[in-house]
Design a protein around this ligand. Structure first.
Ligand code: PNS
Length: 164
């Protein structure tokens, strides 16, 4: 039987427990999940692609059917190269919908064979985003229980010399 493989693309700057929750759900429903970390040349991320990928790997050690890879350019090209036709995206609230619609329909236009599958995280994470985590961490505070321990350590280290 054909293996069901999905990519979960994102910026992951940094990965949060909300992302981990989505990946755990994806792993239950697909044989293999590839987390695709975007190398975005136009944005200046806090963490390099390698740092982001390494933190994701550390946070997913309990999941045997996940791999982490970095990609640049279009998601559909990364998917074609890897022979993947399913992309997973998390939907937290209605506010996510407009952007996700744009993304999914643009991707469908570029790669009609692909499907975007939306998964909902645990309700505890609906307010959580990497942007919020970065903002709070940049002021020297921590969002306990919102990021994996290795991410909390990395954020502390990254912002230790910033004025609160
Ligand atoms: O975590 P994010 O930032 O919401 O993830 C967005 C991501 C990486 C899925 C999206 O920006 C993406 O796929 N970027 C690669 C370029 C691309 O394929 N864009 C889609 C057509 S506009």
């Amino acid at each position: 039987m054909k293996k069901r493989i999905a990519v979960y693309p994102g910026s992951f700057d940094p990965v949060t427990n909300g992302h981990v929750d989505i990946i755990e759900r994806a792993c239950k429903n697909f044989d293999s999940v590839i987390v695709g970390v975007l190398i975005n040349r136009h944005k200046k991320p806090v963490f390099s692609p390698d740092e982001r990928a390494e933190m994701i790997r550390k946070s997913l050690k309990h999941l045997p059917n996940v791999t982490v890879d970095c990609f640049s350019g279009l998601l559909v090209d990364f998917m074609r190269r890897n022979n993947i036709t399913v992309a997973i995206r998390g939907l937290r609230a209605v506010s996510d919908l407009e952007y996700e619609f744009q993304l999914a329909h643009t991707n469908r236009l570029l790669y009609p064979e692909m499907e975007t599958v939306f998964l909902m995280p645990n309700v505890n994470y609906v307010y959580l985003s990497s942007t919020t985590v970065r903002e709070v961490a940049s002021h020297g505070a921590e969002l306990t229980g919102c990021v994996p321990p290795c991410v909390a350590d990395a954020l502390r280290e990254k912002f230790k010399n910033e004025p609160a």
